[in-house]
Design a protein around this ligand. Structure first.
Ligand SMILES: C[S@@+](CC[C@H](N)C(=O)[O-])C[C@H]1O[C@@H](n2cnc3c(N)ncnc32)[C@H](O)[C@@H]1O
Length: 195
């Protein structure tokens, strides 16, 4: 049995504090390991490591990963920092209790997005949690720039804007979906629990 919660932008706390809200659920489930996908300079990785989680942080930005390494050395965190493309991660099955992706999974075309989600489902442990924050088609930037695919626009870089249905489809292996949706949904925020 699996479940999804979709939070909207009107969920005030989630708007600014995705990691903090996520941690409440992580703590309640007593989870120990977390994969931070597209970690950037590791703001959230450090937050989770400071909360006692064993964190693996992945990004393909050399400068982001270098910055995270420097920051974590200063505070003696032991985050496993990996310079890698999200599309090519190959962790063994059931590696992580928590997968966390803060605005890092909305850059890819449909085929690639599907592959990434399938792979994440594989590496997520049974009973684990997945947190995904993506741009939605209600985002102010939707439709701006050059259209390069279905709900994909290039303005500087390519962004893939998700609909609720699209995200739900990507998580189709989920059987029970709970939603907290606003009328003016700007971003989809999803927490999935796999049981
Ligand atoms: C909007 S930033 C979010 C960074 C971080 N999660 C945060 O909340 O501060 C998106 C991040 O995804 C990373 N990213 C985008 N495409 C990626 C890919 N194919 N593989 C790995 N990282 C990627 C970027 O380098 C960037 O650090």
């Amino acid at each position: 049995m699996k479940s999804v919660r979709i939070f909207s932008n009107t969920h005030r706390q989630l708007k600014k504090e995705f990691a903090k809200c996520g941690f409440k659920l992580i703590k309640a489930k007593n989870c120990r390991s977390l994969l931070d996908l597209g970690c950037g300079d590791g703001r959230d990785s450090i937050y989770f490591a400071n909360k006692g989680l064993k964190v693996t942080a992945v990004d393909f930005s050399k400068s982001g990963i270098e910055k995270l390494k420097t920051r974590q050395n200063r505070i003696k965190n032991r985050i496993n920092c990996i310079l890698k493309d999200i599309r090519n991660i190959n962790f063994p099955e059931n590696s992580f209790v928590v997968i966390y992706a803060h605005l890092s999974l909305h850059y890819f075309d449909d085929k690639t997005t599907s592959k990434i989600f399938d792979n994440l489902y594989k590496v997520l442990k049974k009973g684990g949690l997945i947190f995904v924050k993506c741009k939605s088609t209600d985002d102010a930037l939707f439709g701006k720039g050059k259209k390069v695919g279905e709900n994909m626009y290039k303005k500087g870089h390519v962004q893939h804007f998700f609909t609720k249905e699209y995200m739900t489809e990507k998580l189709k292996f989920i059987t029970n979906i709970n939603r907290l949706l606003s009328k003016r949904l700007r971003r989809n925020r999803i927490c999935r629990q796999a049981r």
